[in-house]
Design a protein around this ligand. Structure first.
Ligand code: MLT
Length: 211
């Protein structure tokens, strides 16, 4: 689909009450990449999967960077707002409640930035291999938003201290953060799927119990 701001795929769900997922790919990925992960993590949920609008040497990304792990923060802020606007437009088009973002690497980083800049568009986030996106984020109220951060102990791109700083910052803003570190590297693994599936089941169970 191309007439919203982002090229994207939308896969309608068939499980009543399942929170939709906003799938955000890593550098060099596209809107097709994370559909199998989304289906595995949240069977039957609607999936909304945009493609990042930046090209770095032909590889799609969600925002510009100056070097690996060094972000162009002006661009990141602008792109995070554009992505938030896309989510709002797509929610109207497809009649969706606020999604949980499921992002990997570059996609996890913009998801964290959207949480800090436009928290109302997401109902939570699953961040695989995320790092601190903004050096100086605005004060934000994330009270009650569930966030899962899944880091890799052997990740050569993201220092453990950086992922931990993100977890602490989001928790200080009130998010209900769970930070898991797996004995793996930067690539996604089956363990990512299992951890995210279990976390989401717990979240949905708690939501149903509270309803
Ligand atoms: C980023 O640029 O968002 C991070 O360096 C991770 C990556 O996409 O390689």
């Amino acid at each position: 689909m191309t007439d919203l701001s982002h090229i994207h795929r939308f896969v309608p769900g068939n499980r009543h009450g399942a929170t939709p997922l906003l799938l955000l790919h890593g550098t060099g990925g596209d809107e097709n990449d994370l559909l199998p992960l989304g289906q595995a993590v949240a069977p039957g949920a609607s999936l909304l999967s945009p493609r990042g609008q930046i090209l770095e040497n032909g590889m799609p990304r969600f925002f510009r960077r100056l070097a690996e792990g060094v972000f162009d923060e002006d661009d990141l802020r602008r792109r995070a707002h554009q992505l938030a606007d896309f989510v709002n437009d797509a929610r109207n088009r497809y009649d969706l409640p606020a999604p949980i973002a499921l992002g990997y690497s570059n996609g996890a980083n913009i998801a964290a930035a959207v949480l800090q800049l436009r928290p109302e568009v997401l109902s939570g986030a699953i961040l695989h291999r995320a790092m601190v996106p903004l050096r100086d984020p605005p004060a934000v109220d994330l009270a009650g938003k569930p966030v899962l951060i899944v880091s890799g102990q052997m990740d050569p791109i993201i220092p453990a201290s950086n992922a931990e700083r993100l977890a602490v910052a989001l928790a200080k803003s009130g998010a209900d953060v769970q930070h898991r570190t797996l004995p793996i590297g930067h690539q996604l693994s089956q363990a990512d799927v299992t951890v995210a599936q279990q976390w989401l089941r717990d979240i949905e169970f708690a939501k149903d119990a509270a309803a």
